[in-house]
Ligand binder design. Structure first.
Ligand code: S3P
Length: 442
């Protein structure tokens, strides 16, 4: 039997300033959409800056199982699109691993196919809420069956004629919005969606880039299906990955780091505003736009941070950055308060509980509520923390450890590869010494 191995990191506090110029891997959300829309377009799409990670490979594998040919060399992806109606029945269930984005977006696509499919995932993905997607798809006359707990595995029956709906999203979720827009490509009539709060709009931007513009008026989106046409794409660096480096340089005295080519989509860059409110020294340079997505270079220099109450309006548009922001809060003077973030409880882990447990293990005072947490900042101690198999929790604690009073062991870091392969290499490049050790568990 193959031995199960767990990867832990033993992180020593940084002994000198972080300095240099680096790039982070391509944006995960945009990379998923590039493979999916590239597959559904007519013709070959070339994509530069693609994120080669466990999550995006899950999306690629699922589409390959449905007959889409593609190649990936480094960050260069070529997809031979089969057109909206060109997918074929997969030989087996589609296993999306740890990736919520793959599962939810593909549910939308599969609802409109002529063939039936089964979707499943790893233990964490099979705990995540899917009823929010299945219910409106079924209201479009799809047939999506999930477990009585509202989770995967899902059975999607093919050959249904989808009808467009008008729908008010009950949660601010870009994955839900995107699933319904993708199903809308297969529906008769106009799909009209209203968002309770703005969420990342990469699907809308990329649909327009592939020839199917979405009309937006305030919180309302309208889609009338059109065939998608292949197009070249350039994907910016992932701001959610950059966030960890922004925090790292903010908390290690003397640091000065430039991160090149980071995606600055206005529905994603709230983390910059939050860190600035905390006193971070951030500047933006070389703004350009490529393939409908803005990008720029971010420079960050060390400056002491202070705790803040995070403005509620920024929560849905910084939802993936709270692990990094709480690492900043751990080193800030005073209290940082987060409310309105109940969605954090249903990410790759319960991020509110995971952050609270780890920061408490490092000696900080933390209180949780159903929709957020309060962190009394200071100087985290040495200790042992667990990531609960969640890539962003693992990276948040690794960064927290940088300015702790002693070494911190971060348990179960293997899943960092789901969004930020090369995380360790990246931080070593700016002068951080880190030692890793693989620890076997029975
Ligand atoms: C994503 C949307 C967000 C985010 C996730 C990626 C996307 O999830 O947390 O990491 O690519 O659409 P929700 O839409 O569920 O908030």
């Amino acid at each position: 039997m193959e031995q199960q191995r767990r990867l832990d990191y033993l992180i020593h506090p940084a002994t000198s300033a972080l300095q240099g110029r680096i790039q982070v891997p391509g944006d995960k959300s945009i990379s998923h959409r590039a493979v999916i829309l590239g597959a559904l377009a007519a013709g070959a799409s070339e994509c530069r800056g693609f994120l080669d990670s466990a999550d995006t490979r899950a999306t690629m594998a699922a589409l390959r199982q449905m007959g889409v040919q593609m190649s990936l060399e480094g960050e260069h992806l070529c997809v031979n699109g089969v057109g909206l109606h060109g997918l074929s029945a997969p030989p087996a269930a589609l296993d999306l691993g740890n990736s919520g984005t793959s599962a939810r977006l593909l549910l939308g696509v599969l609802a409109g196919q002529r063939f039936s499919t089964t979707l499943c995932g790893d233990e964490s993905l099979q705990r995540r809420p899917m009823r929010r997607v299945a219910d409106p798809l079924n209201a479009m006359q799809a047939e999506v069956q999930i477990t009585p707990d509202g989770a995967l595995p899902a059975r999607i029956t093919g050959n249904r004629r989808l009808r467009a709906i008008r729908y008010e999203l009950p949660v601010a979720s870009a994955q839900l919005k995107s699933a319904l827009l993708l199903a809308g490509l297969y529906a008769e009539g106009e799909t009209v969606l209203t968002e309770p709060a703005p969420t990342r709009d990469h699907t809308e931007r990329m649909l327009a880039h592939f020839g199917c513009p979405i009309a937006r008026a305030g919180a309302q989106l309208r889609l009338s299906s059109r065939p998608l046409q292949a197009n070249a794409l350039q994907i910016p660096g992932d701001i959610s990955s950059a966030a960890f480096l922004l925090v790292a340089a903010s908390i290690v005295p003397g640091s000065d780091v430039l991160i090149e080519g980071v995606g600055l989509n206005p529905t994603r860059h709230a983390v910059l505003e939050i860190l600035r409110l905390m006193g971070a020294d951030l500047s933006i340079d070389n703004r350009v736009e490529a393939s409908g997505e803005p990008r720029a270079d971010l420079r960050v220099k060390y400056r002491p941070l202070q705790g803040i109450t995070i403005p509620r309006a920024l929560v849905p548009v910084a939802i993936d950055e709270f692990p990094a922001i709480m690492a900043a809060a751990a080193h800030a003077r005073g209290e940082t308060v987060l409310h309105g973030a109940a969605e954090l409880r249903v990410k790759e882990s319960d991020r509110i509980a995971a952050l609270a447990a780890g920061l408490q293990n490092l000696g900080l005072r933390v209180a949780t509520s159903p929709d957020g947490l309060r962190v009394q900042g200071g100087r985290p101690d040495a200790g042992v923390v667990h990531s609960y198999g969640d890539h962003r929790i693992a990276m948040a604690f690794a960064i927290t450890a940088l300015a702790a009073t002693g070494p911190v062991t971060v348990q179960d870091c293997k899943n960092i590869d789901t969004s930020f392969p090369g995380f360790i290499r990246c931080i070593q490049q700016i002068g951080w010494e880190i030692s890793d050790k693989a620890v076997r568990i029975d």
